[in-house]
Design a protein around this ligand. Structure first.
Ligand code: CP
Length: 330
């Protein structure tokens, strides 16, 4: 367990060792237990302030961070470009320098392709407080950690040899970022899982992501596979994480995106497809889900679905993150 995490940024899980990440998970499990038992922990970050800067919309991320900082005794302030001078062009350095002179951490969601994560690292290079990614164009580290926590709770700490499948699914509505599949393909091999990534032609990840995932898999001694066959991916899986993402490496233009998606409407989760996996397999999704397109309702609401546990665990991993990086030792 590494307890030297005070003031550490959390922009990508890649920036944290496996030992650091276990520290976060262990504390998240403890805080979840305390919360369930009604044991208050509102002295941990008493009177500390977290700024939450959103370039895009959110249900889970905003509310779990705001609720989390309140439960730890601090205060969250919701910001958008329009509500600040960012909308008039104020840059990451100036925003980060000023906010970090008032408060104790800055969390940012910025999913603009080729901009988002760079914005966060730029802010982090100037700010005097920890910077957290609440999702960017490359990574969604808090989501991936909540997903990992869910698996640890359900299947135990030893996940070695388990098959974790990340699969693209059809959705007509909007172009979702690549950050969730990318965060999963990088993180899960580090915790001993064999990872399979399935997607139709044109839905590949950003350059370099699979190289990082491959390196992580080699270090951990686990398998990493890519396929364009959804059924083959599902076969024998322990954990299924099917979700939609945009063909961002090809195009973000609506007519192109729609035409590409329309060719792949069969990439949908049905109970029949779930039955290709192990009997104990779980259905995972970060939410929001495009119901009826990405997956059938009987899967989403069925006994194998753990989607609400994943969403719930956002609160606990983020509380652990904030306690470790904003609180420190007394
Ligand atoms: N999973 C997730 O990040 O959800 P929100 O977009 O609602 O925050």
């Amino acid at each position: 367990m590494n307890t030297q995490l005070f003031q550490k940024d959390f922009i990508s899980t890649q920036d944290w060792s496996v030992d650091d990440l276990w520290t976060m998970l262990e504390l998240a499990l403890r805080l979840k237990g305390d919360f369930a038992a009604g044991i208050p922990h509102d002295q941990i970050l008493r009177a500390k302030t977290l700024y939450l800067l959103f370039f895009e919309e959110s249900t889970r991320t905003r509310n779990s961070f705001e609720t989390g900082i309140t439960q730890l005794g601090g205060h969250g302030i919701f910001l958008t470009p329009k509500a600040t001078q960012i909308g008039h062009g104020e840059n990451a350095k100036d925003t980060g320098m000023v906010l970090s002179s008032y408060g104790n951490a800055i969390a940012v969601r910025d999913c603009r392709t080729d901009i988002g994560q760079k914005y966060l690292y730029e802010m982090a290079s100037h700010a005097q407080v920890p910077i957290y990614s609440m999702q960017d164009d490359v990574d969604h580290p808090c989501q991936a950690m909540a997903d990992l926590m869910t698996l640890v709770e359900l299947f135990g700490r030893n996940l070695r040899g388990r098959k974790f499948v990340i699969s693209w699914t059809y959705a007509p509505k909007y172009v979702r970022p690549l950050s969730v599949p990318q965060s999963l393909v990088m993180l899960m091999p580090r915790f001993g899982m064999d990872v399979t990534l399935a997607y139709p032609e044109g839905y590949h990840l950003m350059p370099g992501i699979m190289d990082i995932a491959r390196q992580n898999a080699d270090i951990a001694g686990v398998k990493l596979e890519e396929t364009h066959d959804m059924d083959a991916a599902f076969e024998g899986a322990d954990f299924l994480y099917p979700k939609s993402w945009g063909p961002i490496m090809v195009s973000e233009d609506e007519p192109v995106v729609e035409a590409m998606a329309a060719k792949n409407t069969g990439w949908r989760v049905t109970q029949e497809r779930m039955n290709l996996a192990q009997k104990h397999a779980v259905y995972m999704h970060c939410m929001p889900i495009d119901r009826g397109h990405e997956a059938d309702g009987d899967v989403i609401d069925g006994p194998q679905s753990v989607i609400y546990k994943q969403a719930e665990n956002r609160l606990h991993v983020q509380k652990a993150l904030m306690a470790l990086t904003m609180g420190g030792r007394w």
